[in-house]
Design a protein around this ligand. Sequence first.
Ligand SMILES: C[S@@+](CC[C@H](N)C(=O)[O-])C[C@H]1O[C@@H](n2cnc3c(N)ncnc32)[C@H](O)[C@@H]1O
Length: 484
Amino acid sequence: MLAPADIDRLRADLLAADYTLDAVSDRLGEVALAGLARNSTMPVVRALGHADDPQADAIRLWLLQRPVRAAALRGWSSLDALRAAGLLSGDDELHATVELKPHGSNRSSGWICSDQTPLDGRSTRPRTDFVLGASPASTTLSQLVPPGPVGRALDLGTGCGIQALHLDASAIVATDLNPRALDLARISLGLSGVPAELRLGSLYEPVADDRFDLIVTNPPYVISPPSPDRLVYRDGGFTGDDLMREVVTGAPAHLTPDGTLVVLGNWAVTAQPWTERLEGWLRPTGCDALVLQRELLDPYAYVELWLADAGLVGAPEYDRRYAEWLDYFDAAGIEGVGMGWLALRNSGREQPRLRVEEWPHAVHQPVGQAFADFFSALPSAALPDAEFLAQRWELRPEVVQETIGTPGAADPQHVVLRQQTGFGRAVEVDTALAAIVGACDGDLPLGILVGAVAGLLEVDPDALRDEVLSPLRRLVEDGYLLLG
Ligand SMILES: C[S@@+](CC[C@H](N)C(=O)[O-])C[C@H]1O[C@@H](n2cnc3c(N)ncnc32)[C@H](O)[C@@H]1O
């Protein structure tokens, strides 16, 4: 594809055209950028008008998929290499065959090179080795990752390289099954000045002997019937959700002690409770785990979503493909599909904690720190009773209490403690628990606070202690209470 020296030349050309995230954002403004985020080009076309400066031409060529006059790029030092690599085609008019999108993260700034996003409602059938650009799922995953720095990190299924661009790691390995993905990731990473070792292969094969402090992956998780024209960026080619299972169960062999895996994906929901099914994957890993199911789709909604993604709406085979997909789900006993987030920590604790639950509510992104805090809190949440009660817990300042009840009533019907950060957890508590938690300011041991509240409410202190211990442990796990 492009040699490293050509990537350097391309970078210099893009900079000379002022085709950078800040400059392009300033020029286009919020409304046009919002249009582009909807894959609509007209707002940008209008914002550019008839301008024929180098930046306008770069925007038309690399973002809008419009041709530009060859003369406009005459001064580009990377022109011949781009043509030779097939990234530009044409003679008098040049067409880009890939997308080069300015990109910035708190780790790097540069460009993402990917296949071209279908624009303006065009419903094209992607090539089977299509390399997706930064999608909403990519952005979500990058926000789930605990902030670094870490030593070695693995971006499994790197695609255009988007996750690697966000990793705060001293060494990055990025893998993919699709050689085109590695070609384009090499350009994204090179343009953005992010060094990474790129390796070709499936799942953990290319890293058989390696261990990482962090593994991140947005794998091809779509649960779909076998098909000769499967889209490698989304259809893993495994039965049901076996690819997700392999990502999870294979991780411990590649995690350092205390290493973390973060995955965004889908899982099949069958007659067996989904939580039990996922616990079956997680338990043998010996790791602590937190799984949040964000959404549950019925088979029809799921199949329609992905048929549309494949550009099949309105195609002659739409009904046949739809029916085949439903038959596949029926045969596998798949009654729905869960979509969510999964994180593992290789903590080596004797009794790993598995939390597998639905959390469809709004969160405060980025939630990477909330995942890290969850794992860090587990040892203190599991302290023996006497030690747990001896700690001076402190309520996180961002927690608010909401009371709901009939106007004028002496007591509220519901008291909810809500986090205003991280996962935005909300938990209903009774008067006693609210009083104990409210008194946690890091000064007095928990046991004393429980005794005092029992006195105020005129209840048996031992009975109250037994009643509140378990919910209090959960509040520690969920980051409401910190060690003072
Ligand atoms: C949904 S895309 C994610 C791309 C990118 N990491 C992101 O976050 O947007 C999944 C990627 O996994 C790659 N892939 C597919 N099957 C794979 C496999 N068995 N092993 C490794 N990567 C695979 C695809 O080529 C694709 O680049």
